[in-house]
Write a protein that binds this ligand. Structure first.
Ligand SMILES: C[S@@+](CC[C@H](N)C(=O)[O-])C[C@H]1O[C@@H](n2cnc3c(N)ncnc32)[C@H](O)[C@@H]1O
Length: 318
């Protein structure tokens, strides 16, 4: 009854099967999850709707919103393998100018189901809406939970270059020997907008706005490199990676790029179709992807847009 689409190199199924490599369902996440047996998924990574009135959602009360989310979360936890992880990326819900940080609300739900928080990652980006009655919001969070105390964490596959690789022990048995890890350092739990991610103790992944090579019709898609970092650290090859709110398939593409199996649901047909095209483009080598860890553009000071407007100088604004 469910279609299997034959793309040039990608075969997309619409229902879970142990042998499926790409499962992408156009419909409600709960319907797809019904087809997934328990204990199968190594990593669930997603950015749920924030209930802020985006074009794909109807704003409801925060209580009602969290109740709907809890239904999906309990199903997700059923499908998660015992050594698996959930990465839940959220920002704020805002009502009448008051800010409700969604990760605080979600933390309680995940704890109720017995999960363990391993990191609360701050994802900082340099652009966004300018607020006038509070400071402009420039970060969101990613809560990384594990289902048990026995979990996969491949730190070596996501290390970043050390700032001072030439540092040496200055005393003790190892005096004179290099003190850094030759594979690089732990990328830390803050991802910041800097020219080179190893310039500061911060991770550096720009959000997907119009000047980003991955931009599609979706209003708030994941940067593929953000997902890739989690895929590399928290799963092994051929593990299943699931995104219940898959949008234009960024998670699925990150998983496939790293030779994992991908599964996701997206209710909006327009995004689903765009996602399927991206998967197809990926398999045909035509998808633009910002490479993991690539430097973020930093103005040199010579660009026109970095100069103070002449009118401001004349009016003595500055
Ligand atoms: C924040 S966006 C995620 C975007 C995605 N990370 C990407 O990179 O494209 C949330 C998505 O969830 C979809 N969605 C909301 N409720 C859903 C549901 N119950 N089942 C499936 N998709 C849903 C929305 O249409 C929207 O595209």
């Amino acid at each position: 009854m469910y279609k299997t689409l034959n793309l040039l190199n990608a075969e997309i199924e619409e229902r879970y099967s142990d042998k499926g490599k790409i499962i992408f369902y156009n419909g409600n996440a709960l319907d797809l999850l019904e087809s997934v047996p328990e204990n199968k998924i190594k990593l669930i990574i997603t950015s749920p709707p924030y209930n802020i009135g985006k074009e794909y959602e109807t704003k409801i009360s925060i209580e009602e919103y969290l109740k709907t989310q809890e239904k999906i979360i309990s199903e997700l936890i059923r499908t998660l393998s015992d050594n698996g992880s959930i990465c839940w990326q959220v920002g704020n819900y805002v009502k009448n100018g008051e800010v409700f940080p969604l990760d605080i609300y979600y933390y309680r739900i995940f704890k109720k189901y017995g999960l363990y928080l391993r990191n609360r990652i701050i994802w900082h980006f340099g652009h966004g809406l300018h607020a006038s009655k509070r400071f402009s919001g420039r970060y969101e969070t990613l809560l990384w939970f594990t289902k048990s105390k026995d979990y996969t964490f491949n730190l070596d596959s996501v290390r970043v270059p050390s700032k001072y690789p030439g540092k040496r022990y200055f005393k003790g048995e190892k005096a004179g020997q290099p003190s850094c890890n030759p594979l690089g350092k732990n990328p830390s739990d803050i991802w910041e907008f800097v020219a080179k991610e190893w310039d500061k103790q911060l991770w550096d992944i720009p959000n997907v706005k119009s000047n980003h090579p991955e931009k599609t019709i979706h209003p708030c898609q994941f940067p593929i490199e953000l997902v890739e970092r989690c895929v590399l650290a928290l799963t092994e090859e051929n593990d299943f990676v699931l995104d219940p709110y898959a949008g234009v398939a960024s998670t699925l593409i990150a998983a496939l790029r790293q030779n994992r199996k991908a599964i996701g649901a997206e209710k909006e047909t327009e995004y689903y179709e765009a996602g399927k095209n991206r998967i197809n483009d990926f398999y045909n080598g035509k998808l633009n992807i910002r490479p993991l860890g690539k430097e973020v553009h930093k103005p040199t000071g010579r660009e026109k847009i970095t100069k103070i407007p002449e009118e401001w100088k004349l009016k003595k604004v500055l």
